[in-house]
Design a protein around this ligand. Structure first.
Ligand code: SF4
Length: 423
């Protein structure tokens, strides 16, 4: 099989892994033009500073000894199979890089004869890139659950980031859908990565201090993916799981991937994808968990389904359910309380804390600090403004706050929203 055919098969097979987000662009190169957004396997991810970079996103192979019912590459699937050698992956990456198509590699794989055999080949591809081709770009490797500690640790010598996918929040659902995998095994792999990172922390700090960042161990840490809608698990249980994973394994990021029905699917799986708005609300809640001091148990969810509301973002839903906590005096409230005000982001709060050292803030000051007042003013009190005087009931407040855009988002399938965040 020629490389181009392998690339088409193995790039297509990799698209279900959301650990890096894809643009889904279909634009072809025009005659006489430069660049091509349609190259198979090219996807886009975001750096911590919001920069978008393109990655070659492929599988080493789509052969797999496991039979996970949600996966197009499972043992019993009739898909066409292909397999790259590590040196083919390295050459392809360099070829794409030299043509300026990509800035990095996202390499995952089906499981060959064993997790160790697969991990060894993934590591070899990364080693060839780093040592033979002297490739300094970004490399994200799949950490194969069940691979030995030594191999998982070794992957970090070459990769910027690794990810072991937890897949679904409930261990019993994983046992039913993916008979070859267990949460215990996947979390043991995450633990190995965490321990390796912690042990090398002093060395990493010293390297950063000497600006020798090229030799850092796994500088972009580890991530995981949770599939949304393949099982009946609620948003509450998904966010509980994410929260526990962040706290236990110091994950950089949990990715939420709306389940998409696959060809020749197992009959136990749903026939339709969940709403992409649901996936979007989970990302918003995840952001609040990581940067705004929210706990998973605090999110407002539907009493029956335990899912987040689709028609408004989780922070606004929390604020409307806690009207007694507002209005908040911007001249006195602490950082933690200010971060809960709808419309106030981390930067807004930092600007407010700095500015109020100089004087008592008024509504115009907030506008100058670029606070989005259309939402925030219902929850904030300043030297010249007190919204409690307006005596809006919760229904009227909700109507004025839930924007037309949000309403449309909950009514129609939203396009997959570009998710800013680190790689
Ligand atoms: S281990 Fe499961 S999810 Fe991964 S490639 Fe194999 S069948 Fe698919």
């Amino acid at each position: 099989m020629d490389i181009r055919t392998k690339l088409e098969i193995l790039a297509d097979a990799a698209k279900y892994d959301a650990s890096c987000s894809s643009s889904g662009s279909k634009r072809k190169r025009e005659q006489g033009g430069l660049g091509n957004a349609e190259g198979p396997g090219i996807c886009h991810s975001y750096t911590p500073d919001g920069r978008c970079i393109s990655l070659l996103k492929i599988l080493l192979t789509n052969y797999c000894i496991y039979d996970c019912s949600y996966c197009v590459n499972r043992l019993s699937s009739g898909v066409k199979r292909a397999r790259f050698t590590p040196s083919e992956v390295a050459r392809l990456t360099m070829d794409f890089y030299k043509r300026n198509y990509i800035e990095g590699l996202f390499l995952s794989s089906g499981v060959l004869s064993s997790p160790d055999a697969t991990m060894e080949e993934l590591i070899e591809a990364a080693r060839l890139l780093r040592e033979e081709h002297r490739f300094c770009g970004y490399i994200h490797l799949k950490a194969v659950a069940g691979a030995s500690k030594e191999l998982v640790e070794r992957a970090g010598l070459y990769a910027d980031r690794v990810s072991a996918n937890i897949e679904v929040p409930e261990a019993r659902d994983l046992g039913r859908l993916a008979p070859g995998k267990t949460h215990a095994q996947i979390e043991a792999t995450m633990q190995t990565v965490k321990t390796a990172l912690v042990e090398r922390q002093p060395e990493s700090r010293a390297l950063v201090a000497r600006s020798q960042t090229k030799r850092l161990y796994l500088p972009a840490g580890q991530t995981t993916q949770l599939i949304v809608g393949a099982t009946p698990s609620s948003d509450r249980s998904i966010l509980d799981k994410s929260s526990a994973l962040y706290a236990t394994y110091r994950l950089r990021r949990v990715y939420y991937s709306a389940f998409s029905p696959i060809p020749d699917a197992d009959p136990s799986l749903p026939l339709e994808s969940p709403s992409l708005v649901r996936e979007h609300r989970l990302y918003q809640a995840d952001w609040l968990l990581r940067f705004y001091g929210f706990r998973a148990s605090e999110f407002v969810t539907d009493a029956q389904t335990q899912n987040l509301p689709l028609e408004m973002d989780p922070k606004l839903a929390w604020a409307l359910a806690h009207r007694g906590a507002f209005p908040l005096d911007v001249n006195r409230a602490d950082k933690r309380a200010l971060l809960r005000v709808p419309g106030l982001g981390v930067r807004n709060v930092e600007r407010i804390l700095l500015a109020r050292r100089q004087r008592r803030l008024r509504l115009d000051d907030l506008a100058r600090l670029r606070v989005p007042l259309s939402k925030a003013r219902y929850f904030l009190q300043t030297a010249d403004w007190n919204p409690s005087l307006r005596q809006l009931d919760t229904k009227a407040l909700t109507d004025s706050l839930v924007s037309r855009k949000e309403r449309q988002l909950s009514l129609f399938e939203a396009p997959r929203l570009a998710l800013s965040g680190e790689l």
